[in-house]
Write a protein that binds this ligand. Structure first.
Ligand code: PGA
Length: 262
């Protein structure tokens, strides 16, 4: 294993998950504000994940910048009779490079299973999209002492069949469901424990050299005020940001916090 600081091996990632917010015009306006502040910043990987309907306008606002474009979901099939769905190829034509998969809101409201999420992960990788794979326990699961079990099951199932040469393309987001949109952030110790557990799991699956290169993000009420402490943890490599990504100032402050933590 390398003796280099983890902060040097893994470039930090700050990804904004806009969820079902912002029209195409609003998304472009927000993007322009973010671009003005950190558009060409390359010390941190910054990703904006607008709804499908704003991908094109945001892509246009990102032209020539270092910030990347992500989608919030995709279907594993290439094309066909899947009303209301979007394929990896369709995303690629809009300059999308990242895709959030397995978000807890989709697991909860859309019935997404680990098996279906696994198909999406493999399809995204086959189309050269970077999956941002979300895993995390509910409050009931944490209180029952099942956090690590749940995270292990979700991670192993979603990554089944991912080849060693693909694993560093995957970004994992640990998002405790009870911390999402609730203002209840996990303590740094709670978050670091699960992040280290996920990295140990990746080491078992793919070896230490590769697992040291995988970025594991924290998500769940991350804000400029709590970010520095979270980002200072050895296995927390960035954030998947919901609420605080909807305003330029808080999102830019999070990118700057990640730059300071490098
Ligand atoms: P939050 O959402 O930052 O609003 O808690 C995070 C997420 O769901 O990705």
């Amino acid at each position: 294993m390398s003796t280099q600081s983890p902060h040097l091996i893994r470039k930090k990632v700050i990804a904004g998950n806009w969820k079902m917010n912002k029209t195409a015009a609003e998304g472009a306006a927000l993007t322009r504000e973010i671009v003005e502040a950190v558009g060409r910043e390359t010390l941190v990987d910054t990703v904006l994940c607008p709804p499908f309907t704003a991908l094109e306008s945001v892509a246009r606002a990102l032209e020539g910048q270092a910030i990347k474009l992500g989608a919030q979901n995709m279907h594993p099939e290439k094309s066909g009779a899947f009303t209301g769905e979007i394929s990896a190829e369709m995303l690629r034509t809009l300059y999308v490079t990242h895709v959030i998969l397995g978000h807890s809101e989709r697991r909860q409201y859309c019935g997404e299973t680990d098996g279906f999420i696994n198909r999406k992960v493999l399809a995204a990788l086959a189309s050269e999209l970077r999956p941002i794979l979300c895993v995390g326990e509910t409050l009931a699961e944490r209180e029952a002492g099942r956090t690590l079990d749940v995270v292990r099951t979700q991670t192993e199932a979603a990554l089944a069949g991912v080849k060693p040469e693909q694993i560093t393309t995957v970004i994992i987001a640990y998002e405790p469901v009870w911390a999402i949109g609730t203002g209840k952030v996990a303590t740094t110790a709670q978050a670091q424990e699960v992040h280290a557990f996920i990295r140990a799991l990746l080491t078992r699956l793919h070896g230490a050299a590769l697992s040291q290169k995988v970025r594991i993000l924290y998500g769940g009420s991350m804000k400029p005020a709590n970010a520095p402490e979270l980002l200072a943890q050895p296995d927390i490599d960035g954030g998947l940001i919901g609420g605080a990504s909807l305003e330029a100032r808080s999102f830019v402050d999070l990118v700057k916090a990640a730059m300071a933590a490098v």
